[in-house]
Design a protein around this ligand. Structure first.
Ligand code: 6PG
Length: 233
């Protein structure tokens, strides 16, 4: 089962997420590798990114990816890239060439396929031929979605793609998401969820794998659920 770690406050949970990202970067560096980290969208990771920006020591040892993106331009308020740029990349001085944006401004399927090509070009793959992220930082929707993998979506069953264009239940509807094989293949999966609104989804994730709760399908070997006391209720 996915490991659960409960923190007293959202701030504690955000700090723990930031520290785990820093640790994953250090682990890759100790193996002589550049770390590849995918970031979550939404609002929850905002503080974690601010704390992470203060803790990055070598911005040239890590490349940044996205678990999903909305099909909007990069300067759109709904853009997950814009959130990360404003809270992490600009604050930490991350070089542009270290950021692998999903091109939300392009036709969705074109953007998904271009992102797949970039993943394959930059990451080494596991035995199953799937590129391996060092860490996938994800959020959790109240309906149990993660990235842009929503309950009942056929995207949950796709195993021959790394990224997909989907139509989501959460606005904006048109999105591109990493698929489960990529997320499950990461060396570490961190799901960050805070607030009472996420308590039910947290409970469903802990109840075991169920396509009605996509985040419950992330696997358990290398997955950790970071929550505050409110989301653990
Ligand atoms: C997105 C996110 C999505 C998010 C959850 C939680 O693009 O919307 O990737 O999966 O993590 O919906 O969103 P909040 O953090 O805003 O609650």
């Amino acid at each position: 089962m996915i490991r659960l770690t409960v923190f007293p406050t959202p701030e504690n949970a955000a700090l723990a997420a930031a520290e785990r990202v820093v640790a994953a970067i250090g682990a890759a560096e100790s193996e002589g590798r550049t770390a590849h980290i995918s970031l979550a969208g939404g609002t929850t990771p905002h503080r974690a990114y601010q704390l992470l920006a203060d803790r990055l020591t070598d911005v040239n040892r890590v490349d940044w990816w996205f678990g999903d993106e909305r099909c909007v331009p990069p300067d759109d308020p709904e853009s997950n890239y814009r959130l990360a740029r404003e809270t992490l990349f600009d604050a930490a001085g991350v070089p542009a060439e270290r950021v692998h944006r999903i091109r939300g401004e392009d036709p969705p399927d074109d953007a998904a396929r271009a992102y797949e090509d970039e993943l394959r070009a930059c990451l080494s793959s596991g035995a199953n031929g799937v590129p391996v992220l060092d860490l996938a930082l994800l959020g959790l929707g109240e309906d149990g979605h993660t990235a842009s993998l929503f309950p009942g979506d056929s995207a949950l069953d796709v195993t021959d793609r790394l990224a997909l264009a989907v139509v989501a239940a959460k606005p904006p509807p048109n999105r591109i998401t990493l698929t489960l094989p990529v997320l499950r293949g990461a060396r570490l999966v961190l799901v960050l969820a805070t607030g009472t609104g996420k308590a039910d989804a947290v409970a469903r994730v802990l109840a075991g794998p169920n396509p009605a709760t996509p985040a419950s399908l992330l696997g358990d070997a290398s997955a950790e659920l970071l929550v505050d006391a409110a989301a653990a209720r």
